[in-house]
Design a protein around this ligand. Structure first.
Ligand code: ADP
Ligand code: MG
Length: 393
């Protein structure tokens, strides 16, 4: 992929800049922000634009209002938090298009910040409706996309707008994501180890195929390992298996050859929600009434050795049902091995990112992607529409 034009490559001084950010923050029942990390992640781009005396118009979605105005999904709490973080006023508008919004953006001075109301209050956003796109584009003179997390969606504010409003450049967060994920896939230092987990083979099939061509080893964990076990004629008890993907798993095992590494031992339990008769068994001895909930210690050791020898690691998908502490050791062991290695490490996927954050290890990872679904599609080798539409550098 070509390098995309960056916010540094364009003239923004005194210009109205529409910045698509990802302010889709988690809110509690009292509309309090429970994690502001997405707001914090957008600060370098916003601060840079302000330092350049641009007029910054911020647009984001929040939740899934499906084209309806919902008071509990307004961006007001975000404006308040952004004001605190930036140390300057953030003007919250009560819509993202229309005469009042146009008047407000026309009244902006250099260095002003305006936050538009939730873009998804309009049906046109997710439909990428040309009329809505035109109205959004008319607000500004420059377009910057810093919302990597929604770049896999061809929506009005992520795709349509960049066709009309040029220059169209990547913000710093977007750029970092593309450099880290793209650089890793394009020219990894070797050995390059991929680690995949999560629930379903079907969710990850494209990632498995794409990574298999690039990596030196592909370590498989998570519930999807059981579909692979079945392809090897192993018994899996009551573990999650996708019966209709067993053939596919068999093909992958054949094409992957010695690159593909499956766990050799499994943590089993009689309940998926809590440890009941919890013990470790070899992969050839999963009891009939048990569910495999995590990879076992022998596997953690073997995976850890592969990781320790690697120069590049790409991880997506937890090794077990880590949300239950009794089933978290495999995910923790792999996360620690990555944290302790000298390899360049990149983690993609929403649950994997939250697992390393929860385990307090994210600082020791080279890059934890902020884009859950988007990072997964990137690992599939798919061209993200919100990236493809940005101008090449
Ligand atoms: P990501 O969001 O990082 O791409 P996935 O969504 O594919 O990851 O998978 C995450 C989920 O997989 C977690 O919620 C975890 O509980 C679940 N999981 C992993 N292994 C197992 C298992 N053996 N049994 C049940 N669930 C599992
Ligand atoms: Mg997930």
């Amino acid at each position: 992929m070509n390098r995309k034009k960056s916010v540094c490559d364009i003239d923004v001084k005194g210009k109205r800049v529409f910045v698509r950010v990802d302010f889709n923050v988690p809110l509690d029942e009292n509309q309090k922000i429970t994690s502001d990390s997405r707001i914090v992640a957008s600060l370098p781009t916003i601060q840079y634009l302000l330092d350049q005396n641009a007029r910054v118009i911020l647009g984001s979605h929040l939740g899934r209002p499906k084209g309806e105005v919902r008071d509990d999904q307004r961006l007001t709490p975000v404006a308040r938090r952004l004001h605190e973080l930036l140390g300057r006023p953030v003007k919250m508008l009560d819509d993202c298009i229309g005469d009042k919004v146009i008047a407000a953006v026309n009244a902006m001075q250099d260095g002003d910040v305006v936050l538009l109301e939730n873009l998804r209050f309009h049906k046109g956003e997710e439909k990428n409706d040309p009329e809505f796109v035109k109205e959004l584009a008319s607000l500004a003179e420059v377009y910057v996309n810093d919302a990597f997390g929604t770049a896999h969606r061809a929506h009005a504010s992520t795709e349509g707008i960049a066709r009309l409003l040029k220059p169209a450049a990547a913000g710093f967060l977007m750029q970092k994501e593309l450099e880290m994920l793209g650089g890793m896939l394009a020219n990894p230092e070797r050995p390059f180890v991929g680690i995949l987990g999560g629930v379903k083979v079907s969710d990850k099939i494209k990632v498995i195929r794409h990574l298999m061509d690039k990596v030196d080893s592909l370590l498989i964990g998570g519930a999807m390992m059981f579909t692979f076990y079945r392809a090897q004629e192993l018994e899996t008890g009551r573990s999650l298996v996708e019966e209709d993907k067993i053939d596919l798993a068999r093909q992958l095992l054949e094409s992957g050859g010695s690159k593909l590494c499956l766990p050799t031992d499994v943590v089993v339990s009689e309940s998926p929600d809590e440890p009941v008769n919890l013990h470790v068994v070899p992969c050839s001895a999963i009891p009939e009434n048990a569910l495999g909930m995590d990879v076992g210690p022998e596997t953690v050791k073997a995976f850890g050795e592969k990781i320790a020898q690697s120069r590049t690691v790409c991880w997506n998908g937890p090794m077990g049902r880590f949300e239950v502490e009794a089933f978290a050791a495999g995910t923790r062991g792999v996360a620690e091995a990555i944290a302790n290695s000298d390899a360049t490490s990149v983690i993609g996927g929403g649950d994997s990112a939250s697992a390393v954050t929860k385990m307090g290890l994210s600082d020791k990872i080279t890059h934890v992607s902020t884009g859950g679904g988007a990072s997964l599609e990137f690992l599939e080798g798919v061209d993200l529409p919100g990236v493809a539409v940005l101008e090449d550098a």
